[in-house]
Ligand binder design. Structure first.
Ligand SMILES: C[S@@+](CC[C@H](N)C(=O)[O-])C[C@H]1O[C@@H](n2cnc3c(N)ncnc32)[C@H](O)[C@@H]1O
Length: 263
């Protein structure tokens, strides 16, 4: 196991066994989810009660379940290095890891951008930001900057980001229009927006439905917000990698109004 993974694990094992028992992570194996449903049927929209363009917005994954983000089997299930290879991140790049959690991927991106590059790691939960900062310190990583954000303020600088990535995050953004607007503002012209989402087209992907997305739904939501679809990679066991671009020439007309952001 790589040293930084071991550090993350050790930290979380020390910090959180009781917490993890109190609040199991939201994305859980199908069997466990099914058992829960049998005991207590959930009404539609039980999580947030919010929808966006016909999709239920998932609840935010609590920091109390942070150990799920560093589970040992994640490496095999999500193949983070192969996912990052597909993005061709360059040394010196500025990458925004939006909804970075405890920094599982931020640490890996930090190696790819190198000492001349920066990772801007944001999260809406201050507890996640604290764990992320602690983890980077433990690992001696200095090119990851932790940013506490809100659903409407990304906290990112304007026109500064080469690539913005949301790994298992977009489906739980409570104000997708505002978040996308902020990301668009932060990206350089030609900068890329990457969504990594569990495949909703595949019933065998063992994740709760509101935490999965189809490619069609992702395109339907992202394109009207001023992004051009570029590439789809589907080699990961469970997830789509969907890449969009901020056009190099700004259109004079504002991004088309989809549904108003949910309140
Ligand atoms: C399932 S976790 C994934 C964490 C991390 N991307 C990873 O793959 O390890 C989702 C994270 O997104 C964060 N989040 C949810 N909505 C967000 C938003 N609008 N902006 C930034 N972070 C958000 C949550 O607080 C949580 O830490």
């Amino acid at each position: 196991m790589p040293r930084f993974m071991a550090s993350l694990l050790a930290l979380l094992i020390l910090a959180g066994p009781a917490m993890a028992q109190e609040a199991p992570p939201k994305d859980q194996p199908k069997e466990k989810a099914a058992a829960k449903t049998t005991r207590r049927p959930r009404p539609a929209h039980a999580d947030t009660g919010k929808t966006f363009m016909g999709r239920e917005i998932a609840d935010v994954m609590s920091y109390l379940g942070a150990d799920w983000l560093v589970r040992p089997e994640r490496e095999q299930e999500e193949q983070p290095e192969a996912m990052l290879d597909a993005l061709k991140i360059k040394p010196g790049d500025t990458v925004a890891d939006i909804g970075a959690g405890v920094g599982y991927t931020s640490a890996r991106i930090s190696k790819r951008v190198g000492p001349k590059g920066t990772v801007l790691a944001t999260d809406v939960q201050p507890q996640m930001i604290k764990m992320l900062r602690d983890n980077m310190k433990t690992m001696g990583i200095t090119n990851v900057k932790a940013i506490a954000c809100t659903p409407t303020e990304t906290g990112l600088p304007d026109n500064a980001v080469d690539l913005a990535i949301l790994i298992d995050v977009y489906h739980e953004c409570s104000d997708p229009v505002a978040t996308l607007k902020g990301i668009r503002k932060a990206l350089k012209p030609g900068g890329r927006l990457v969504l990594v989402e569990f495949r909703a087209e595949d019933p065998d992907v063992p994740i709760k439905p509101e935490h999965k997305m189809t490619v069609a739904q992702v395109k339907k939501e992202i394109e009207p917000q001023g992004f051009a679809f570029k590439e789809l990679h589907d080699f990961l066991p469970w997830q789509h990698i969907i890449i969009f671009e901020k056009p190099t020439k700004e259109k004079t007309d504002a991004p088309k109004g989809a549904e108003p952001a949910p309140k």
